[in-house]
Design a protein around this ligand. Structure first.
Ligand SMILES: *Cc1c(COP(=O)(O)O)cnc(C)c1O
Length: 388
């Protein structure tokens, strides 16, 4: 690979999510390698986990992903409008089928009622709908419930026979994938295999059996089947504790230090004075707050990297800003210097996982929570460019 091991340092003039599309390409290469030749569907739901769905989809497809996965039909249609022509599967919509069918978007089916709606819209559009039936093998979330499986297979057989529907795949979602040894993975695998056999016994031939999210793609060859569906790993975050799998975080959240001032020992910082300067010190102001995804529960619990050094954020995170303690000597920081809130690709940088650990959530929620006034800048394969 020609991809450098680390991305270049970032410099920003406002709160910016710098998205490195070379990192996405690198991560897709790792996932393709781990998938051992099984096609990769890059999951870009929730606006590409906060990274920008069309940009990530394009970078992933250019790097060899075969398909794109999203939750809603609206997300799928937005990708079509952005010029993405690759296969797209949308697995969590109960509306908008006709537009999806006409835009050649595959639909996940989780119940006979949903299938009936798809069949009606396929007739109205006079176009065959292509579906992947989703089996609930034990996550008890979406997917056809065991009690409705027989009725769903019957309805599918009828819909296929009258030309309203073509069955493309059968799939499921795993409950314990981040624990590769968990015995329930075997239970879900075997239930999925049985579901595929049920379909074949009715003359329905799913060409794509699929189950693996990032964690399963990275660890379980027996769960690859015909297609793998990684999400978080595309963005460079490993779902496996203590193993980064060589992935590179694609997003760096950064902001300039916009104001520097001296405080005397005993001065309080931010609302409620939850931090009091223990000594004379210098603080820097960073224009990012909870309205942008720097969750308030991080108050007094995170650090930023400036010029490769770590500094603690002190006092409450406000809607629009927070304060960093630069130490008595000011840490060599000047107004206009860039503070990295999280990135993780260069030595010394905090990560989205650090934030998750600090506030009792996961990096998935941190990444998808980046919003508000954050501007995105794309670097690498497709960049430079700014959106929003
Ligand atoms: C979100 C999602 C994925 C991707 O999961 P990751 O853990 O991010 O890899 C795959 N399949 C389905 C059905 C999903 O909802």
């Amino acid at each position: 690979m020609t991809t450098p091991a680390q991305s270049a340092p970032v410099a920003v003039d406002r709160l910016t999510a710098v998205v490195d599309l070379d990192a996405v390409a690198h991560n897709i290469a790792i996932l393709r390698d781990r998938a051992g030749g099984t096609p990769v569907m890059a999951v870009v739901k929730a606006d590409g986990y906060g990274h920008g769905a069309p940009q990530i989809a394009r970078a992933a497809l250019d790097a060899g992903a075969a398909e794109i996965g999203v939750t809603t039909v609206d997300e799928a249609l937005a990708l079509r409008a952005a010029g993405i022509t690759a296969p797209i599967l949308s697995w969590l919509s109960t509306r908008g089928y006709r537009a999806a069918i006409e835009a050649d978007v595959r639909l996940g089916v989780s119940s006979p009622r949903q299938l009936a709606g798809i069949v009606a819209d396929a007739h109205a559009a006079a176009v065959t709908a292509v579906v992947d039936v989703k089996v609930d093998t034990g996550l008890s979330r979406n997917g056809v419930a065991p009690a409705e499986w027989a009725a769903t297979v019957d309805a599918l057989a009828r819909a296929v026979a009258d030309g309203a529907v073509r069955l493309h795949g059968v799939f499921t979602h795993l409950a314990h994938a981040e624990l590769p040894e968990h015995p329930f993975l075997d239970v879900q695998r075997d239930r999925l295999i049985a579901a595929a056999a049920d379909l074949r016994a009715r003359g329905l031939d799913p060409v794509a059996v699929h189950a693996a999210n990032s964690a399963a793609t990275l660890t379980r060859a027996d769960l690859r089947f015909d297609l793998v569906r990684p999400g978080i790993a595309v963005y460079g975050r490993s779902p496996l504790a203590g193993d980064d799998c060589g992935l590179r975080p694609a997003m760096t959240l950064a902001a300039p230090v916009i104001l520097i001032k001296r405080l005397a020992a005993g001065d309080g910082v931010s609302y409620g004075h939850t931090w009091i300067a223990p000594r004379d010190t210098v603080v820097g102001l960073v224009p990012a707050g909870y309205a942008d995804g720097v969750v308030r529960s991080l108050s007094n619990r995170f650090e930023v990297a400036i010029g490769g050094r770590r500094f603690p954020a002190v006092g409450r995170v406000c809607m629009d800003q927070f304060v960093v303690d630069l130490g008595p000597d000011g840490g060599g920081v000047s107004e206009g210097d860039t503070a990295v809130l999280f990135g993780g690709d260069r030595p010394g940088e905090p990560t989205a996982a650090d934030w998750g650990d600090a506030v009792g959530t996961i990096d998935y929620e941190i990444l998808t929570g980046v919003h508000g006034r954050v501007v995105r800048r794309y670097v690498g394969a497709e960049g430079p460019g700014t959106s929003r």
